[in-house]
Design a binder for this molecule. Structure first.
Ligand code: PLZ
Length: 443
């Protein structure tokens, strides 16, 4: 366990003088195209806190965007990485293989939904996993078209930019984009024109109609969807929508790909969010929470699909680096031994209780939604559904000043998402929620 005191403590303003001096160097040295959610420079992090160079201890409600589910520098991750770095740092799995990579694949094959024979390939980032999942699906089906959804986020590489919905900041001026990507309406209950009740059925009918009549089902290689849309604003599809898509895919020889990059590894109260509706994706893309903070990602799926690609057709110099694999084995062991899915449910209960109480008080909150330790508020102008992004900006700033790091999200920038490390102490979580309550009251 971390030795960092689990407290919220401010000894300077945010940013403090030491952070400020280093951030000046950041401006000089690093491209101004890089964003920054909180203007502090990190010295250490662990459990539920981030400690900056001025000695401020900030409650972490973002987990590095759902990455350090097991906490920063989790003990098993640290031990495994240290041992691996001492043994060897790199051979390239395609040059000379090693056990760690194979063990991570075995773990993914075992832990992902479905009892069918599965195989895996390891890469470096979420975007790279999505790219590879699409490559595999196209190669297997010998088809081109890829179906994606409104509000989707799949990455920043050329193919995944094309798959991502939001123009600013992800796509603007970065085209041309790869062809054969088709965007479908998303089942977004809060904003569905026919109302939340009819959302699942109407959206499914609409999407299937478009796939059949506009694309031709036999031209579709893959349907790619996040079981809960992350960057898009934690949009939870209504019950039945995902199984309906998956059924249509199966009936039409289409590869159903779940992007579990943000929802995976215990975040939502199951190891994978697909499990909430008994969904068994043909391929599943994982990253983020897989390796406790080291860069690693994977594609896991039906053996016949994964094996359809010609020999040496998949790979990359660093994909499944031995150090990242050692970290992943430590992170996965922690999730399993410490039953972090259960922890995520408990965190979710605490968060939704507090968040629903806030919703009852503040008319700018249109909805509280999510699963497990992946919860969000959507902010609107009172009385309607007009997005209220300025409220989000002010709430985020208020929380920062008070020593709480929270992240925004959403196509309209009007969502606040809570993604604490799953090892956050309960009192710290409650304290963060109290600060958040005061922040919302202040706008
Ligand atoms: N799929 C569902 O959430 C990454 C993006 C941060 P990479 N989300 C955080 C940013 O602004 O760049 C993400 C995701 C889903 C794919 C990705 C891409 O994962 O590891 O960032 O490439």
């Amino acid at each position: 366990m971390t030795t960092i005191p689990q407290i919220r403590k401010l000894v300077t303003a945010i940013p403090g003088p030491k952070s400020e001096a280093i951030l000046k160097r950041r401006s000089e040295a690093c491209s101004s195209a890089l964003g920054m959610a909180i203007p502090v420079v990190v010295e250490r992090a662990g459990g539920g806190v981030i400690v900056d160079v001025d000695g401020n201890s900030i409650i972490d409600m973002g987990a590095g965007i759902a990455v350090v589910n097991v906490g920063n520098s989790a003990q098993r991750v640290v031990d495994n990485v240290k041992a691996q770095v001492e043994a060897f740092t790199h051979t390239c799995f395609m040059v000379a293989p090693y056990l760690g990579y194979i063990e991570v694949c075995e773990a993914l094959n075992r832990l992902t939904p479905g009892t069918h024979k599965k195989k895996s390939v390891l890469l470096n980032s979420g975007a790279e996993a999505i790219e590879n999942a699409v490559k595999i699906a196209r190669n297997y089906t010998k088809r081109d078209a890829v179906v994606v959804f409104e509000h989707a986020y799949h990455g920043r590489t050329n193919l995944t930019m094309a798959m991502t919905a939001k123009n600013m900041p992800y796509k603007d001026g970065f085209g041309p984009f790869t062809p054969e990507i088709y965007r479908m309406p998303m089942a977004y209950p809060l904003r569905w024109p026919g109302g939340a009740e009819k959302c699942a059925e109407e959206a499914l009918d609409f999407v299937i109609h478009k796939m059949e009549k506009e694309l031709g089902a036999k031209n579709i290689a893959a349907i790619v969807i996040e079981p809960i849309q992350g960057e898009g604003g934690f949009i939870v599809p209504p019950k039945g929508f995902l199984p309906g898509l998956s059924k249509f895919a199966t009936e039409n020889g289409i590869v159903f790909i779940a992007d579990e990059v943000q929802t995976g590894f215990a975040r939502t109260g199951h190891m994978f969010a697909s499990e909430h509706e008994g969904l068994v994706p043909d391929l599943i893309a994982t990253a983020k929470g897989i390796a406790g903070g080291l860069p690693l990602s994977g594609v896991t799926g039906r053996a016949e699909i994964m094996d359809a690609v010609h020999g040496s057709g998949l790979g990359g110099t660093y994909g499944g680096s031995p150090v990242a694999c050692a970290a992943a084995l430590g992170a996965i062991a922690t999730i399993e031994y410490d039953d972090l899915p259960k922890r995520a449910l408990k965190i979710g209960e605490i968060m939704t209780t507090a968040m629903n109480a806030m919703k009852a008080k503040y008319p700018i909150i249109a909805e509280v939604r999510g699963r497990g330790a992946m919860q969000a508020f959507e902010f609107v102008l009172p009385g309607g559904l007009e997005p209220h992004p300025t409220a989000v900006g002010e709430i985020v700033k208020f929380c920062q000043k008070e020593g709480v790091l929270i992240l925004s999200a959403g196509t309209y920038g009007n969502v606040i998402r809570l993604l604490p490390p799953l090892v956050i102490p309960e009192n710290l979580l409650r304290e963060a929620l109290e600060v958040l309550d005061r922040a919302i009251a202040s706008v």
